[in-house]
Write a protein that binds this ligand. Structure first.
Ligand code: DGL
Length: 260
């Protein structure tokens, strides 16, 4: 059986990249809902409807577990999805907890970068309210990065001016950690790295999510059933054109080089 990966678009490949490293002996179905991306600018009920359709499809592909590799999708629908489907569903959320813990040692602040939807949602705000007694977490939505990523635009000359403008009002020196709370954003970690001072850590929730997946597969005794094969779908349509499949493979390569 396979593992399903879902994202509103191409961003979930940053989590799939970690899965291929940590769980190489599995086969994967990657589903990008490119017909409806960006989710970050939509309403909760719109997002839920799109996701139920997508998850119905992923479940029909002989999957043993599903990763919602989308912070926005997780905050909109994870509870409903777990109620409806009878297989493990693993979500991702902004890694503010380790970031706040680290800040307690240094006194510096946390900057959470995510979509507008994630930052406005109850799930994120409850998480921050419970952990952030000293009010050290700032949030910034970067929908432009989702747009660039969906157009496969990764050139620094295109992305940097946008980031500089968005971060203009922030004192970058006062941060200890930048939390990438949208799965599209790690694709720009190399560019973000150049903007922030050296002491700033840039983290995301992908490794934690894949470790959860690994634990879950061990629990259900369905671990190590494949060979790293990935089948890609865009909104229910299987990608057969090698040129388009290659674009996705390049994203995994891009993550590998950012990680190196
Ligand atoms: N990749 C998504 C996330 O992790 C959402 C991007 C979007 O569709 O707006 O939040």
């Amino acid at each position: 059986m396979k593992i399903g990966f879902f994202d509103s678009g191409i961003g979930g490949t940053t989590v799939l990249y970690q899965a291929l490293k940590i769980l190489p002996n599995e086969d994967y179905v990657y589903y990008a809902d490119t017909a409806h991306v960006p989710y970050g600018e939509k309403t909760k009920s719109e997002i839920k409807n799109f996701m139920f359709e997508a998850i119905d499809f992923i479940v029909s592909q002989n999957t043993k577990a599903i990763v919602i590799a989308c912070n926005t999708g997780t905050s909109a629908a994870i509870t409903d999805l777990r109620q409806k489907y009878n297989l493990p569903i693993i979500g991702i959320e902004p890694a503010v907890k380790p970031a706040i813990q680290k800040s307690h040692q240094t006194g510096r602040r946390v900057l959470a970068l995510a979509t507008n939807f994630t930052l406005k949602e109850e799930k994120f705000n409850n998480l921050v309210t419970n952990l952030d007694n000293e009010h050290i977490v700032d949030g910034l939505a970067l929908p432009g990065l989702v747009e660039f990523a969906e157009k496969f635009q990764f050139q620094e000359s295109v992305v940097m001016p946008y980031l500089v403008e968005q971060l203009e009002a922030f004192d970058l020196n006062c941060y200890e950690t930048v939390v990438l709370g949208c799965t599209h954003f790690p694709l720009y970690k190399d560019i973000l790295r150049k903007l922030f001072p050296q002491h700033v850590d840039i983290i995301d929730g992908s490794v934690g999510t894949v470790n959860n997946l690994k634990r879950t597969l061990a629990e259900i005794k369905k671990i190590g059933e494949g060979s790293g094969k990935i089948t890609f779908y865009q909104s229910g349509i299987k990608l057969e054109d090698p040129e388009i499949v290659d674009r996705y493979i390049h994203l995994l390569d891009r993550m590998r080089s950012i990680d190196a």
